[in-house]
Design a protein around this ligand. Structure first.
Ligand code: FE2
Length: 196
């Protein structure tokens, strides 16, 4: 395993969580549905905790959590683009647009977050010693939450679009009702839409 790359990746994952906090803060001001706002409030809290965990991992591994890298800049710029899109939608005056743009922004950000934590789980398996135990413990705390963040955000984006297109929609999305936290669960939730 390339330890230098792993260390850089962990700092990028920290940057992803920081961007995630700002994305949820912006998304909250776009949410109209009460259940959606409540969910984003909860996930914002969890994302703040993930940011803290990754900050502690970086420091514990002897890294400078503020060290700038080209990868971090790219991660940061992704978050900035998503936040700008939400601000543009809020300013457009088109009814319901900002909420959909926000749901898509959250789903996009959570896909990256989800992939990061899957990789952190893989790194933990390959690493040895105390560092492996630290990563494994973090992964065990965060993994389920990240699964929910991604699958639930995607469900909201899909159903909000359905509402705006005036086609049958399930609000809150089946992912919520079925408490989806796996890829298979997400497939089952989507398949159940017809019944709901
Ligand atoms: Fe997340």
């Amino acid at each position: 395993m390339n330890r230098t790359k792993v260390d850089e990746f962990l700092c990028e994952a920290l940057e992803t969580e920081r961007g995630g906090v700002k994305i949820y803060e912006a998304a909250m001001s776009c949410a109209q549905n009460v259940d959606l706002r409540k969910e984003w409030e909860k996930y914002l809290g969890e994302t703040r905790r993930h940011e803290q965990i990754l900050g502690e991992i970086c420091t514990g591994f002897g890294l400078n959590p503020e060290k700038e890298t080209s990868g971090r800049k790219i991660v940061r710029s992704h978050a900035e683009v998503l936040i700008k899109a939400m601000q543009t939608a809020l300013g457009s005056g088109v009814r319901g647009q900002a909420e959909i743009v926000a749901a898509e922004a959250v789903a996009t950000a959570e896909l990256k977050d989800h992939m990061n934590w899957e990789l952190i789980g893989e790194i933990a398996k390959k690493m040895e010693g105390d560092d492996a135990a630290v990563l494994k413990k973090a992964y065990d705390e965060v993994e389920d939450q990240e699964d929910r963040h991604f699958y639930h955000a995607r469900g909201w984006a899909r159903e909000l679009w359905a509402v705006s297109l005036d086609i049958p929609a399930v609000i809150p999305p089946p992912e919520e009702k079925m408490n989806v936290k796996t890829g298979m669960g997400a497939v089952a939730a989507q398949a159940s839409r017809k019944l709901m």
